[in-house]
Design a protein. Sequence first.
Length: 528
Amino acid sequence: MKHKGRILIIEDARTINRIIRKELEKLGFAISQAYSFKEAGKALAKRSYDLIILDLHLPDGEGSELIAQIQSLTRTKVIVLTARNDDELREELFEYGIVDYIVKDSSLIYSIYETIRVIEHIITKKSESILVVDDSLFIRRQIKTILEPRNYRVESAANGSEALKKICKRVYDLIILDMELPDIHGLQLLERIRKDVRYFRIPIIVLSGTSNGQIVREILKNGANDYIRKPFVAEEFVLRIDLWIDYFKKIHTLEKQRRQLRDLNKNLEKRVAEEVQKSRLKDEIVMRKERLAQMGEMIGMIAHQWRQPLNNLFLSCQLLVSKYKSGQLDDAAIDRFKESTKKYINYMSKTIDDFMNFFKPEEVSRSFDILQTTRETVELLRENFDRSGIKIELISQAKNVKIEGYPDALMQVLINLLFNAKDALTVKREKDRYIRITLKENEDQIEIHVQDNGGGVPEALIDKVFDPYFSTKREKNGTGLGLYMSKTLVEEQMRGSLKLFNDKDGAHFIILLPKTLDFLQNAKGSIA
């Protein structure tokens, strides 16, 4: 298994050494241990390490001399872990280039976990780039020595012109700026940097020897994020650098996430719109498919109702020709032919008129009488159902109830429900077949109940019958679209609802439609 890196722990306290090793191994590091400087020297002679955790108080070495000896053997990063809280020693060791100075105080566990936190902080950095603008070579080298062990990539410029050239070539993660430059004042350079849109949000820390409060306020007002006075304390300087880089990294990540979220929302809205359009097209195709199936049934009914009158017309014509050939054609025969053919043609014309509404699409809602539309639908299908031994009974508790909507859509729904009941009755019941349609009203809705005595729908399937392409009559080539289309028409086009449950005799459908117009007339009655 590949590890994150090799760490050498130089600590004579075995308990502390063991605790640090276990925690770092959990993070995926390969750990070596030494309990004296002599053991550490042997370990460093055998292999290189990515990091050393060093206690300053060892049996055979101590302090900055020990750091110098280690750095003569290797350029490995060093974290100091010590019980000695010495500010002078701390500054001296930072100048040697240590990563951090952690004191083993009364809270030993906290100190250990602080060490682990620093290590995690270092390994997660992606070598952020920092530009140091200062005319002092000593300051530039000092900052480089302090920051590079923490994985920062440090570049420098000795004056404003050199800094502007570097800024034009690349974008830095942070800029450290001196105020007293040989060619341009730091405030002018700060203003020019902030005019570049690339550096509008990049943190800029000003280094200056001034203690004048007015000048510091002017520096901060002109675009600096922070001010550090020279000479600076190395540890405080490092903490400020970490703070601002981490803060702006989080700001950058947050803005990136916001942009991604905006793009995602835009794409999501577009995808939702596309899916809605696809769904509408699918529903339209489904409805057309089911409507074509219904039209086939309707044409079959028309053909059946025309067959007898067409046959009679043919016989009348044959009789007329026969009488003409036999010389028996007289005015009375012509009149009888005229009357009979007129009767047959009128019957066929009425049949076409009765079916016309079904084939005529409606795009605009209008006021219509629910009872009248229901009655016309029943009469349209009555002869077909009579031939199958099915009695259709229409009962209304409200006459001439008008609502705003699409009568053609209601007719399609009723036809679907009636043919669905017919199929169930034909399969499950041999005689005494009936379908009862009942119109009711309440304060807010009109109710249309369609009941049959076909035994009902199996309880395991009752929640699926409105799903598209689900059919309980595959052996009869059911499309599985009729009830799905009916529910869609009722809910989306008529703003109502369609429900199904089983009662004691069979299936019981309820169409609920909202009232949108005043009732023209209310009465109770029964229509056979």
